[in-house]
Design a protein around this ligand. Structure first.
Ligand SMILES: Nc1ncnc2c1ncn2[C@@H]1O[C@H](COP(=O)(O)OP(=O)(O)OP(=O)(O)O)[C@@H](O)[C@H]1O
Length: 245
């Protein structure tokens, strides 16, 4: 039946997450279609990071289901979820400061040496990494560290990339480089779920958008529909793209 091909790569149904005594996700429903970039938006504290961590099994969903590529991953341990093809780039930039850029990338490829063609492609996405190839990663700027963290996540082919606020705190020139890199990742057919506070950046990248509030999805649809609807932007995000123009 056509049903199989219509199933999104990732699907969360009625997901609840508790952190200790705190009930953070209140029955989340959302989908990430294969080969597209889905933006996860929402105000501070809406539950975006908790959603990514719950998908990765870093917080265990207390109920509900998370299906990835047709398989129930809700209760799998994090290493198994990673092995199933999901990479997570947390906001805190998971890199080794004392190791060189090269060593950081080599170590990220767990199944053997990084394929040369893939390495060339990655360094094409993030040219700054090539310049600092043999320097300790701790010397990189904040934006370059973020780029290295993303490069590590894609050192091996993955089915799904979860990235938390890659443009946070970056200078405008770095934000532009990051947008270009994600455009290239999209063009390469990667499936990405991207948390973003910068709606201007999000609007340039997203195929789809999910908006969260208080641990729930309050809107989902195409980015082009949200971009066209200033009233909806203000209602959901408290601002509209006009504010950036
Ligand atoms: N370790 C924790 N212990 C208790 N509460 C937490 C913990 N981590 C997050 N929370 C709470 O969960 C809620 C959602 O936080 P989360 O970080 O997922 O939101 P967010 O949408 O990613 O916000 P931001 O954009 O500020 O990063 C917030 O109220 C936050 O205070």
């Amino acid at each position: 039946m056509a049903e199989t091909s219509a199933e999104p790569l990732l699907k969360l149904e009625s997901v609840h997450t508790h952190i200790g005594p705190y009930h953070i996700l209140h029955g989340l429903n959302c989908e990430v279609p294969a080969g597209e970039l889905t933006m996860l938006l929402g105000r501070n504290g809406a539950g975006k990071t908790t959603t990514l961590r719950t998908i990765m099994g870093l917080w265990q969903a207390s109920s509900g289901s998370i299906r990835f590529d047709g398989r129930n991953i809700t209760t799998l341990p994090t290493p198994d979820i990673a092995r199933s093809g999901i990479a997570y780039v947390p906001e805190s930039m998971a890199i080794f400061s004392d190791l060189t850029v090269r060593e950081n990338i080599v170590l990220a490829a767990r199944s053997g040496p990084v394929d040369t063609a893939r390495l060339d492609w990655m360094l094409g996405l993030f040219p700054a990494l090539k310049r600092f190839w043999n320097l300790p990663a701790g010397n990189l700027s904040g934006g370059q560290k973020q780029m290295l963290a993303i490069a590590r996540a894609i050192a091996e082919p993955r089915r799904l990339l979860l990235v938390d606020e890659p443009t946070k705190g970056l200078a405008p020139v770095m934000v532009r480089s990051m947008i270009e890199a994600f455009r290239a990742l999209k063009a390469a057919g990667e499936t990405i779920l991207l948390v973003e506070q910068n709606f201007h950046a999000a609007s340039q990248l997203g195929d789809n958008v999910i908006v969260m509030e208080d641990g729930l999805v309050v809107h989902s649809g195409t980015m082009s529909d949200l971009v066209a609807d200033k009233v909806l932007q203000r209602r959901l995000l408290g601002l509209s793209l006009d504010a950036h123009q």
